[in-house]
Write a protein that binds this ligand. Structure first.
Ligand code: AMP
Length: 395
């Protein structure tokens, strides 16, 4: 596993220094209006800490996929405006990323000021982790802080490359992610129950294999469960399945058995005739030929809830069914209920499970809701995240 004992912003002397902070401001914007500002709000503790400690704060982020060229649609201007109201001060907006305007405005910053660069993906060198572009970005500041966990699995200039040129640290968001998820992987409170769901087994083979080294119980739901069920000979009708992953599924279940890890797959399902919200459904322990599994059934909910009860640590990534449709959200909601009631250290991977926890009102009952979908999966897989590896180790 990678060294997670990283320099944090508390370890740095930032007073009077320009501090370049990579944030994750990749928020949904419709007609210039931010429709969900969660990621911006989450970045505030790091920004406020730096302001209060006399830094000249220079923020940067990507937004959407502007394909390496300027595009007003992906401008960070609405974010500067929103940040200004959240912070109660005028956030200076640069017209460019490494151009004359960014340079002049950064030179004019006073201690406690905050400025925002334009979208780093307006330069194609960003995603190529181009050293010259990284050096130019670095030249705006004396210190670099990475607080964008959601892009920490990408080796881009603003997430990794720039750290080669400046003293560096992680911000509070990344610090929390690596402390809590790092502990779950190195020294979990037991029993350690991992729940995985969602669309595809292929996305999660790495995570399951890593969890087979660590967890006491592994629970599988969602569409990915049908590949495991098919591997056991269970009739799955026309459920979504990855036939080329059946051998992997068999190998994972065999390894779990060998290691004495409880590996739970659904024993009943709510199945529909069509992939439609108002389709005809049937709930039973096998799936008829012309039906597809769309949610876990009541017996499975009972088994999964019992497995979660009394857990020391629960890790959850991926819904148990097509939770976007209320009729097939029952299993996902039941798992969220069971986690909230368990009193366990609860870690929710980003993406759909994080959204489900919010929808069901359990966000404040969870120990940690990861801010990164892809990044948290790679982290849980035990992979080295370039955006974290690039930050200096604590001495
Ligand atoms: P992922 O992005 O891999 O976490 O997958 C999430 C998606 O899986 C959600 O959009 C769910 O609707 C979908 N999903 C979960 N269960 C099923 C199922 N039984 N059949 C089809 N799609 C499913």
């Amino acid at each position: 596993m990678q060294n997670l004992n990283k320099m944090t912003i508390r370890d740095l002397d930032v007073k009077g220094k320009h501090v370049l902070v990579r944030c994750d401001f990749n928020v949904p914007i419709v007609d210039g209006v931010i429709t969900d500002d969660k990621r911006i709000v989450e970045s505030l503790p790091t920004i406020k800490y730096l302001m209060e400690h006399g830094a000249k704060v220079i923020l940067c982020s990507h937004l959407g996929r502007p394909n390496g060229e300027f595009n007003e649609k992906y401008s960070l201007k609405p974010i500067a405006k929103h940040l200004s109201s959240l912070l109660g001060l005028d956030v200076v907006m640069a017209e460019d990323v490494i151009g004359a305007d960014a340079k002049a405005k950064s030179a004019a910053l006073a201690e406690g000021d905050v400025m925002l660069l334009e979208n780093v993906r307006f330069h194609k060198q960003e995603e190529k982790n181009d050293p010259e572009f990284s050096a130019e970005l670095a030249s705006l500041a004396e210190v670099y802080v990475n607080d964008a966990f959601g892009t920490a699995h990408r080796a881009h200039a603003s997430t990794a490359g720039v750290a080669s040129y400046l003293p560096s640290a992680v911000g509070f968001l990344i610090q929390k992610e690596i402390e809590i998820m790092g502990r779950a992987l190195s020294d979990p409170k037991r029993p350690f129950v991992a729940i995985l769901g969602g669309a595809k087994v292929s996305d999660k083979i790495g995570v399951i294999n890593n969890l087979l080294l660590l967890a006491d119980k592994i629970l599988i739901g969602g569409a990915m469960a049908y590949t495991f069920l098919k591997a056991t000979g269970y009739p799955i009708g026309i459920s979504r399945v990855e036939d080329d992953k059946i051998e992997d599924a068999k190998a994972m279940m065999a390894l779990a058995e060998e290691k004495g890890i409880e590996f739970l797959i659904p024993s009943d399902n709510v199945s529909g005739k069509e992939f439609k919200e108002d389709t005809e459904t049937i709930t039973k322990t096998s799936i008829p030929d012309e039906f597809m599994g769309l949610d876990i059934g009541p017996l499975t909910i009972e088994r999964f809830s019992a497995a979660i009860e009394g857990a020391g640590t629960v890790l959850w990534n991926g819904p148990m069914g097509v939770f976007e449709w209320e009729r097939f959200a029952v299993g996902t909601k039941a798992v969220a209920d069971a986690i909230a009631k368990s009193g366990a250290i609860s870690i929710i991977g980003g993406g759909d499970s994080a959204a489900a926890i919010e929808i069901y009102g359990y966000a404040d009952k969870m120990t940690h809701i990861s801010t990164g979908g892809g990044a948290s999966l790679e982290f849980l897989e035990g992979l080295v995240l370039p955006g974290i590896a690039a930050i200096a180790d604590k001495e």
